[in-house]
Design a protein around this ligand. Sequence first.
Ligand code: OGA
Ligand code: MN
Length: 287
Amino acid sequence: MQVMADATGSLHHLAAAGGVEIAGIDVSKTLTSSEKSYILTLFADHPILVFRDQSLTKEQQYKFTRNFGPIEELHVGRHISDDFAAVHTVSNLDKDGNPSDRLSEHGNYFWHTDKSYHDVPSLLTMLHAVTLPPSGGPTQFANTERAYAALPAATKQRIGALRAVHSWEASRIKSGSSPATEEQKRERPPVHHPIVRTHPVRGTKALYLGNHSSHVLGMELEAGRKLLADLEAHATSQPFVYSHHWRQGDLVMWDNRCLLHRALDNYDMGRHARVLHRTVVRGSVPV
Ligand code: OGA
Ligand code: MN
């Protein structure tokens, strides 16, 4: 196992967002304890880990994910397959299994951090590329820890104690997706989290916001929304962003505590399928 040398420009961009590519580990197999601690050590410093040339069944992905904590079993508003429910499919396929550019779910195309509408949001997410369009359809990652560090001291001071309201309902409205149902609103009432959270492993601070965030507690609604939008624009500006151009077999695992991410719809979604298998590990209450 080894961390790849910076042979291509894309590794340079990966590094700019704090990520690293790992070769030499077949994650479909039960990890040895040294492989596991190697991955955990890398993940403590690198919020994006890219494993190339993997081929995992859903069960194998489930088992690999279990190494990193409790798996989220419930995914609101997402298609859950019957065969391995905790490993679900992210795709542009309609209910008949055909590629479609008319889906009513758009949330993934907006910068977000997974499940920040929960009291206990996600620690990490893994996507495994199963079917890819001939080109396009990358996932972008923005490093909100580096973005926070680059803020002027006065801004850090101003936002240091602020909390943002995050909600499934607001997220659906912001992304123009089909509205939250009454049941979803009951099950996922709004929560609030600090705008600046401290990484539980590194102790570093990162911006915590994105499409699931709605407004700022104690601030006039529009002013709070503008603040969140301004901070998001800063965090997702070019120096902090890595675009992952998927290759068949990639498995990417990322830290939701210090990254925003989104998918790009820059491929012919009505013609080409893009299918990834997804697992999510539950995190801790942001502080
Ligand atoms: C996700 C997600 C983006 C993508 O699975 O959480 O946001 O590129 N996916 O599919
Ligand atoms: Mn996501």
